[in-house]
Design a protein around this ligand. Structure first.
Ligand code: NAD
Length: 443
């Protein structure tokens, strides 16, 4: 099929690369000219395992192209995916300006029937909104070209986005049109051979499903962080509790890891947007509000622990930070817990030497050159001579640490672990002070 994707970010680029890899002919359109130029030179603007090979292979096979020419994009695709950002606005609601801009562009250039797909995470009612905007532009043009708008929320996870897209747990399509259903079935057929993963539903249900899924996952994290904090007060080890509750199949082991709070481009903004919509419709979303406030508090845990370990004396001290991305296998630092930590250290007059396997460029982009931030070449260089080590992201390479070396090379033998990577007994036997999350070790 001829497909067009508006937006070449984490979702748009992965969607395009994967759909071209199964044989579709995909045109990617972005308003960011430098991003498109980079992609045309085979440079991938984001880190996502397996993505680079896929983009290069399919671009060379002429099944995947990149352009800023939106008129060409609208002409090219039988199906047009909107995969642009929907960041949070000041009041928490989703900013749908970029989606609206694409809708207007489609209205301007559409000349034949198209299926238009909202793949961005958008508030309930957005398919109707996109439909109305396109129709308004068409009316102004005096045209009555036919089109349909459907919802097809994306569930891929950064860090395993290619794998998730290739092997989806489900493909949700919100539509009441048989024509759209057939087009979407054809588009996704290569991922749908084993058993039918394509679920069609009402468009509003599809839109809400995406928010509900993210809110549920965020709730699991905040719940575990709440229990971890209670465990800490009670002298119990949350890791043992986690295994204990995970063994119940109604609960399960997935996604019940305590930590430094959730971050990233999705959970924080989607929980807030859903809560805001609920408020606006006269419903008090008590649980969602609590999920968010527990998370905000959790993001401060690392600094609080660090502060206690250093007797409140952060000023003039250098803190080593391992991991800056909001989770492993990505370079994404949007709302990462590491940022709350870094900014608290700086506010208290401390400096940071940090290392992350993929997020160093991103960190430079966000914070620029500054005297109180050293971006180290590797984990050891970050830690050497530092007053304490804090672990923010559970990258595989941090999972095995040389505690003997750390004890000798840290100025103070202190590890604050926001991801519970190590066995507290072992670390303490090596002569280090080890503060983790919910491991019965509150100071
Ligand atoms: P992103 O910020 O990485 O990328 C968005 C891209 O859209 C940018 O390259 C931007 O230049 C481009 N863009 C903006 N306006 C445009 C326009 N008018 N025409 C063409 N391109 C335009 O965003 P993302 O992380 O890929 O997220 C996209 C959407 O998918 C969001 O709604 C997000 O909530 C949702 N989502 C994201 C993830 C994720 O893990 N990142 C997962 C599922 C769903």
């Amino acid at each position: 099929m001829q497909l067009t994707i508006f937006g070449t970010g984490y979702v748009g680029l992965v969607t395009a690369a994967c759909l071209s890899d199964v044989g579709h002919n995909v045109a990617c359109i972005d308003i960011d000219a430098s991003r498109i130029a980079a992609l045309n030179e085979g440079k991938i603007p984001i880190y996502e395992p397996g993505l680079k090979e896929l983009v290069i292979r399919n671009a060379e096979a002429k099944r995947l192209s990149f352009s800023t020419d939106s008129a060409h994009g609208v002409r090219h695709g039988e199906i047009i995916f909107i995969a642009v950002g929907t960041p949070a606005m000041e009041d928490g609601s989703a900013d749908v300006r970029y989606v609206q801009a694409v809708a207007d562009t489609i209205g301007k250039h559409i000349e034949s029937y198209k299926v238009i797909v909202n793949k961005s995470t958008v508030p309930v009612g957005s398919a109707e909104m996109v439909d109305a905007r396109i129709r308004a532009v068409l009316n102004a043009r005096g045209s009555n070209v036919e089109f349909d708008v459907c919802s097809n929320p994306e569930f891929l996870k950064e860090g395993s986005a290619v794998e998730d897209f290739m092997r989806p747990a489900r493909i949700i399509v919100g539509t009441s049109s048989q024509r759209v259903r057939e087009a979407m079935q054809e588009c996704y057929a290569p991922y749908n051979r084993n058993h039918d993963k394509l679920m069609t539903m009402d468009v509003r249900a599809a839109e809400l499903t995406k928010y509900a899924a993210n809110a549920m996952l965020a709730t699991k994290i905040s719940f575990m962080n709440e229990i971890a904090n209670i465990a800490e007060h009670l002298g119990a080890d949350i890791e043992q509790v986690r295994r204990g509750i995970g063994s119940d199949p109604r609960i399960g082991y997935h996604f019940i890891y305590p930590g430094a709070g959730y971050g990233g481009s999705c959970f924080p903004k989607d929980v807030r947007a859903l809560a805001k919509v609920a408020h606006d419709h006269g419903h008090q979303p008590e649980l969602l509000d609590a999920v968010e406030s527990v998370n905000e508090r959790q993001k401060d845990q690392l600094f609080a622990k660090l502060s206690l370990a250093l007797d409140g004396e952060i000023k003039g001290r250098r803190i080593a930070v391992w991991g800056l991305a909001f989770k492993p296998n990505t370079d994404d630092m949007r709302e990462a817990p590491s940022r709350a930590l870094l900014e608290s250290i700086w506010a208290a007059g401390g400096t940071v030497s940090a290392f992350d396997p993929e997020s160093m460029d991103e960190t430079r982009k966000i914070y620029g050159e500054r005297a109180d931030l050293v971006l180290a070449k590797n984990a050891d260089e970050a830690a050497k001579g530092a007053d304490a080590l804090v672990i923010c992201t559970e990258w595989k390479q941090f999972r095995v640490a040389d505690f003997e070396w750390l004890r000798q090379n840290l100025r103070n033998p202190i590890i604050v672990d926001g991801r519970n990577l190590y066995d507290p007994e072992r670390v303490r036997q090596q002569g280090l002070l080890y503060l983790a999350i919910g491991r019965g070790d509150s100071l």
